[in-house]
Structure formats: structure tokens, C-alpha cells
Design a protein. Structure first.
Ligand SMILES: Cc1ncc(C[n+]2csc(CCOP(=O)(O)OP(=O)(O)O)c2C)c(N)n1
Length: 284
């Protein structure tokens, strides 16, 4: 097997494990945003398992790349990827949603190793990321800042304030990845406040742009290996994704924004995500 094929197989395996973690911990806790987490799994896996310069043994290493999950409600995906990348034991994920857990329904900096910013109030991540990217320039550091945005956040003026600021300061160490799943909490993004023509908007704001299939590892790898796309410009990747990706009955169904699977739905989801044996499928 070639090195590239080994990497693709590894990403596929990690992503399947992450999706299983998400379904399991949300079902067990009886709360969480399942569709939003499932749509950004592949993006996070490619980042953490291949692209980012991070060291799980030194989560506060000064030179590390920084990721901000601006769509903080998708945090179960981030928790699982961080665990599987070695920031903390995978078993700890089972405390999600329990009293005293470090894993809240939105991520907390200072509680969970690897979480750079507390998010959940949508629309703040890009401005925070721009500030961190500017700090890197001022300090002559070469770390990169990656902000994962939802498409719903791109209806918010604060996102575009961050975009203007980043262009003005030539923050080519800043990359936004938009999880363009086409849905928000109560319907289709385009039916609520249209953001199209989307790529053109980013270009008008002076950003260098690419569009990818946000579930295709080769496209994600190839694109992320090219950042920054243009020297002196911030980069944005519009990643076309499917909300609820990986579980057929959750895909593109707005009800799965924050619905919790029943026991039957849990079993079905785990079967679709590739059970290892029967006992595991039926054990929440
Ligand atoms: C400022 C703010 N307003 C409202 C909410 C409540 N809320 C949680 S998720 C969500 C919408 C989710 O849609 P989108 O942002 O497109 O993300 P997706 O779940 O599709 O990834 C909203 C409005 C919030 N978290 N923050």
C-alpha cells in the first residue's frame, strides 16, 4: 500500500471511530448537537491527523497551530478527535454530559486540553482567530490559525468584520474553513438568510478562496497542504458537507440538529457506522 493510501485508510478509520463516539456519547448523555458534529468530522480528522503542527504531550506548546471551533455546538466531534489524537484518554469521553465533566455542551478553554477558545455563542470565532493570527505576526511566530465556521455564522455581521480585519492586516497565517452543510437549526441556510453568492463574497472581502467536498480526504489534504493560497492574503475553504453525515436517517434532516437518538436509532446508527461486534452495538 502506498503512503498516501495508508493515510487515507487511517483517516477513514479514525473518522468512523469519531462518528461512533459522537453517536454514543450524545445518546448516553441525552443531549448534544449530533448533526452539526457529524458534518465536521472529516475536516477535523484531516487537520488533526495530518495537517496541524500540534503535540498532545504539550498542549500549550507556544509554536503549535491553533484551531478554533467557532461552531462550538459541534464540540463532540472536537472532543473525540482530540482524544483519539492523544490529548486525553478516549475513555474520558464517557463523562460527557455528566455532572462535573470537563466536556460541556459547548467547549471550554482551560477545561479540555487542545481547546483554544471557549465557543458556543456563534459569530465570534473569526475575529478571535484574526486577533491570534495578528499576535503571531507581531511576535514573529510561524504558527497558523484555523477557524472552523458554520454557514449560519456567515449570516452574522461579526464574521465579516473579522474578514475585513484579517485582509487589512494581510493575515496569510489565518485560514477559515466553512462547514457549508446548507442547514442551520430550523431549516435551510438559504431559506433563512441567503448567503449566496458565497465564494464571491469572500473574494470581495479580499480573501483567497477554494471550494472542496468536505468529506473527501484527498481534496481536503491537497487543499490544506496549499495554505496560504496567496502570500499576504487570508485563505478560506468552503467545504461542502452533509449535516448528519454518515448516518443515513440523519443526513440533511433538520430535526437531527439536536435530537437525541432513541435506543432503536442508536443501534441502527452504530450498525451503519460499522459495528465491531454485537455486544458493542447494543451497549450505549
Ligand atoms: C449568537 C448565537 N445565536 C444563536 C445560537 C443558537 N444556535 C445554536 S446552533 C444554531 C444554528 C446552527 O446552524 P449553523 O450555524 O449553520 O451550524 P450547523 O449546525 O449547521 O453546523 C443556533 C442559531 C447560538 N449558539 N449563538
Amino acid at each position: 500500500m502506498s503512503k498516501q493510501n495508508r493515510l487515507l485508510a487511517r483517516l477513514e478509520k479514525e473518522a468512523r471511530n469519531v462518528r461512533r463516539d459522537i453517536v454514543r456519547i450524545i445518546t448516553r448523555a441525552g443531549e448534544g448537537h449530533i448533526g452539526p458534529a457529524l458534518s465536521c468530522v472529516d475536516i477535523l480528522c484531516v487537520l488533526y491527523f495530518e495537517i496541524l503542527r500540534v503535540d498532545p504531550n504539550q498542549p500549550n506548546w507556544e509554536e503549535r497551530d491553533r484551531v478554533i471551533l467557532s461552531k462550538g455546538h459541534g464540540c463532540t466531534a472536537l472532543y473525540s478527535v482530540l482524544a483519539r489524537r492523544g490529548f486525553f484518554p478516549v475513555e474520558e469521553l464517557s463523562t460527557y454530559g455528566k455532572t462535573g465533566t470537563i466536556f460541556g455542551g459547548h467547549p471550554d478553554r482551560g477545561m479540555v486540553y487542545g481547546v483554544e477558545v471557549s465557543t458556543g455563542s456563534l459569530g465570534h470565532g473569526l475575529s478571535l482567530g484574526a486577533g491570534m493570527a495578528l499576535a503571531a505576526k507581531v511576535d514573529h511566530k510561524d504558527y497558523r490559525v484555523i477557524v472552523i465556521l458554520s454557514d449560519g455564522e456567515c449570516q452574522e455581521g461579526s464574521t465579516w468584520e473579522g474578514a475585513m480585519f484579517a485582509r487589512m492586516h494581510k493575515l496569510d497565517n489565518l485560514t477559515a474553513i466553512v462547514d457549508r452543510n446548507g442547514f442551520q437549526a430550523i431549516g435551510r441556510t438559504e431559506d433563512i438568510v441567503s448567503i449566496e453568492p458565497f465564494r464571491e463574497k469572500w473574494e470581495a472581502f479580499g480573501w483567497s478562496t477554494r471550494e472542496v467536498n468536505g468529506h473527501n480526504y484527498e481534496e481536503l489534504l491537497d487543499t490544506l497542504n496549499q495554505i496560504p493560497f496567496k502570500k499576504g492574503l487570508p485563505s478560506v475553504i468552503i467545504a461542502h458537507t452533509v449535516k448528519g453525515k454518515g448516518v443515513s436517517f440523519m443526513e440533511n434532516k433538520e430535526i437531527w440538529h439536536a435530537k437525541v437518538p432513541s435506543d432503536e436509532e442508536f443501534k441502527q446508527a452504530m450498525l451503519e457506522l460499522g459495528k465491531r461486534d454485537n455486544s458493542e452495538v447494543y451497549e450505549k
